[in-house]
Design a protein around this ligand. Structure first.
Ligand code: ZN
Length: 131
């Protein structure tokens, strides 16, 4: 089984460390050498890889995005979450990672994050491991 779906509960705006869940999916797949795709099927969420060592990176990341893409009264989208849609596309809906010797290859300080830009919601993300 190389396709895994995970459910998570999110706050208004946050980065959630999903690295351990992705490692679980890689272990369960038994793939030794291949690729692992982590995919967010939402239009106001995203997947990224960034520093996990200093917890201050997460709020700084969100602050930077809020300042780069503020809510604007000129936005037309009736749901009122256009800034979240923009952040979702800028950060991106997936990451492709390397699986080597049955393990995920990540840099020493790297963490895989699910990014919430318009919570709180129940979200899902997918992990596909390909040999
Ligand atoms: Zn919307």
């Amino acid at each position: 089984m190389t396709f895994h779906e995970f459910l998570i509960e999110t706050k208004r705006e946050e980065l959630i460390d999903v690295t351990e869940k992705v490692r679980e999916a890689v272990r369960a797949s038994a793939v030794k050498d291949g690729l692992c795709v982590v995919y967010c099927p939402h239009t106001t969420g995203a997947i990224t890889v960034n520093e996990g060592y200093d917890p201050d990176v997460r709020p700084d990341f969100l602050l930077g995005l809020r300042e780069a893409f503020p809510d604007r009264r000129e936005f037309l989208h009736a749901e009122g979450n256009s800034a979240a849609h923009i952040k979702s596309s800028v950060v991106g809906c997936s990451e492709t990672l390397i699986v080597e010797n049955g393990k995920l290859v990540l840099g020493q300080w790297q963490t895989i994050y699910f990014c919430e830009f318009d919570g709180p919601r129940t979200r899902r993300f997918y992990v596909k491991v390909i040999s």
